[in-house]
Design a protein around this ligand. Structure first.
Ligand code: NAD
Ligand code: UFG
Length: 337
């Protein structure tokens, strides 16, 4: 029996493949390589000493997906495939609705047809909007400020409707906080296209000399040092959370939203300091205006993940920065030679 990982060549998906293989699962990856390279999967196999099966396929291609299900005994799907850039989603919203929502609907149709009803979905803390912190899963969600966030919220609702229509489904809506870091081997990590939008990839490219200076977006937030506070989670911890979710789905039917976060926040300047310690030199930064749509503080209440999955984060911010630095310095151009 195999786990199908959509988007498995991407940043989080490749780390999840490592942990699934380490836990003894057989892994089948479907990815259209829109935002990733097949090289990540070669590295996954190098890290684990185990092999996986790869199909270059778009999840909106129902026939292609059916072939994957026919050729493999899939017992559960982890669904990472999607577009994820907040700013881009405001410029090309239809692409986001088509890829993220259309893709998920087709995936679920094929799963239902093939009788596979266990699904782990990559949702996001963005569905909480500006709810009071810490974010708890029973809070009202859906106040998203951009099309990307709305696709996550809408997919959660679609999957709730699916479960309501057929109680044989077993679904986990994993709401990630801020995944950063890289596998400690330095072989796989985040490989953004162009200039990074997110904080850690930006800091690490300043550290390696590809970018001149970090812009800190706002120093007048209602936080101890005035800069934005986020709940950073090591991507390896996040990946282990997925293995635990797969195990959880084996034993029950139902649908649950579950936060995957550490339960505490770090400010932008605290992260800069931690990265300086990891790389051994100063990171040039300047204070810039706030970025529209950003919140002051976001962090999880991690209790439900502990209760249902037995999941708690293990790796701290120093380790997140050390591992990011190892990945960045060993692979200054990401997966490109
Ligand atoms: P990523 O872009 O590195 O990985 C996504 C993968 O999906 C890529 O390999 C891409 O090529 C593939 N893909 C996209 N559309 C596809 C399609 N139609 N068919 C097949 N493959 C397709 O992103 P990531 O950071 O690994 O994120 C994985 C998931 O987690 C995404 O759904 C994202 O929205 C969600 N998420 C990410 C974060 C984050 O900060 N990274 C936070 C919350 C949620
Ligand atoms: N920041 C900077 N400078 C930068 C980039 C970011 O100061 O160049 C700041 C932001 O203002 C924020 C913090 O660093 O305070 C983190 O920003 P990121 O862009 O790394 O992450 P966000 O919290 O904005 O968003 C991330 C994902 C979203 C997801 C959200 C909630 O990118 O997809 O977490 O899970 F929706």
């Amino acid at each position: 029996m195999s786990i199908l990982v959509t988007g498995g060549a991407g940043y989080i998906g490749s780390h999840a493949c490592v942990e699934l293989l380490n836990a003894g699962y057989e892994v089948v990856v479907v990815d259209n390589l829109y935002n990733s390279k097949e090289e990540s999967l070669s590295r996954v196999q190098k890290i684990t000493g185990k092999s996986l099966k790869f199909y270059e396929c778009d999840i909106r291609d129902a026939e292609g997906l059916e072939k994957v299900f026919t050729e493999n005994k899939i017992e559960c799907v982890i669904h990472f495939a999607g577009l994820k850039a907040v700013g881009e989603s405001c410029k090309i919203p239809l692409e986001y609705y088509d890829n993220n929502i259309g893709g998920t609907v087709i995936l679920c149709q094929v799963m239902a047809k093939m009788g596979v009803k266990k699904l782990v979905f990559s949702s996001s803390a963005t569905v909480y909007g500006d709810s009071p912190i810490p974010y708890r899963e029973d809070m009202h969600v859906g106040h998203c400020t951009n099309p990307y966030g709305r696709t996550k919220y809408m997919i959660e609702e679609i999957l709730r409707d699916l479960y309501a229509s057929d109680n044989e489904w077993s679904i986990a809506l994993l709401r990630y906080f801020n995944p950063i870091g890289a596998h400690e081997s330095g072989l796989i990590g985040e490989d953004p296209n162009g200039i990074p939008n997110n904080l850690l990839p930006y800091i690490s490219q300043v550290a390696i000399g590809k970018l001149a200076c970090l812009s800190v977006f706002g120093d007048d937030y209602n936080t101890p040092d005035g800069t934005g506070v986020r709940d950073y989670i090591h991507v390896t911890d996040l990946a282990i959370g997925h293995v635990k979710a797969v195990k959880y789905l084996e034993s029950r039917t139902g649908i649950d939203a579950i936060n995957l976060g550490a339960g505490r926040g770090y400010s932008v300047l605290e992260l800069v300091k931690a990265f300086e310690k990891a790389c051994g030199h100063e990171i040039a930064y300047k204070i810039a205006p706030r970025r529209p749509g950003d919140l002051d503080v976001s962090y999880a209440d991690p209790q439900k993940a502990k209760d249902l999955l037995g999941f708690e984060t293990q790796l701290d911010v120093d380790k997140m920065c050390e591992d990011t630095w190892r990945w960045q310095s060993n692979n200054p151009n990401g997966y490109d030679a």
